[in-house]
Write a protein that binds this ligand. Structure first.
Ligand code: SF4
Length: 205
């Protein structure tokens, strides 16, 4: 079980395999949780904040200097919000490395409140996966769980707007070669107050 892994000069934290979506391109939904040689399958058991912090300390004290520390993994990190906040708070107090979350942007919908305000004291950057520029394609591509489906496209946009107000750096990304209209996606991202970039298929960044 990998809870912290190195990738492209940064440390990535694999907090949970839970996710409110089942994206068509997700390796997880195809039965694999191997990323870059790391097994991100947590086997239904999620790490505690203490376990995550101990693993990060171990990697840094062994000589690794991360560019960033990123909450990512094969699952939606905000599903484990209390652990995420505890880890982020402790990392912020101990290290100067920038802290980032890679998210699908449904954390506030899942928790029923604007969580960007809770993240703001500790998180420097948020990258949000856009995946579609309209509700119909969003539902087809990210396939949210039925209890979130109706509100999820709007909720993701609201999350981007709130994050842009509360977090220092907010970017929206799309996966290349997935048939999405890149120009429309960029316009939507900018209208929500976020930066925009295109990422490669299966690139954890
Ligand atoms: S949001 Fe991420 S973890 Fe969840 S199904 Fe989509 S690609 Fe997979």
């Amino acid at each position: 079980m990998t809870i912290v892994y190195q990738f492209k000069g940064s440390l990535y934290i694999n907090l949970t395999n839970r996710c409110p979506n089942a994206c068509v391109f997700c390796a997880k939904s195809k039965g694999s949780k191997i990323f870059n040689g790391y097994n991100l399958d947590l086997g239904g058991k999620e790490p505690t904040a203490q376990e995550v912090l101990a693993e990060i300390d171990k990697q840094i004290s062994s000589g690794f200097t991360p560019k960033e520390i990123i909450f990512c993994g094969y699952g939606e990190p905000t599903m484990a919000l209390p652990v995420l906040l505890e880890v982020a708070k402790n990392l912020k107090a101990k290290y100067a490395y920038p802290l980032r979350i890679n998210t699908l942007g449904l954390g506030s919908l899942v928790w029923g409140r604007d969580i960007t305000k809770e993240l703001a004291p500790y998180i420097d950057k948020i990258n949000i996966s856009l995946n579609a520029t309209d509700n119909e394609n969003w539902l087809k591509i990210v396939r949210p769980a039925p209890k979130y489906a109706e509100k999820s496209f709007q909720a993701m946009q609201d999350f981007v707007r709130c994050a842009a107000k509360n977090i220092k750096e907010v970017a929206v990304s799309v996966v290349s070669n997935q048939g999405i209209d890149i120009k429309k996606a960029e316009e939507l991202a900018r209208s929500l107050g976020a930066k925009f970039f295109v990422r490669e298929y299966f690139d954890a960044e």
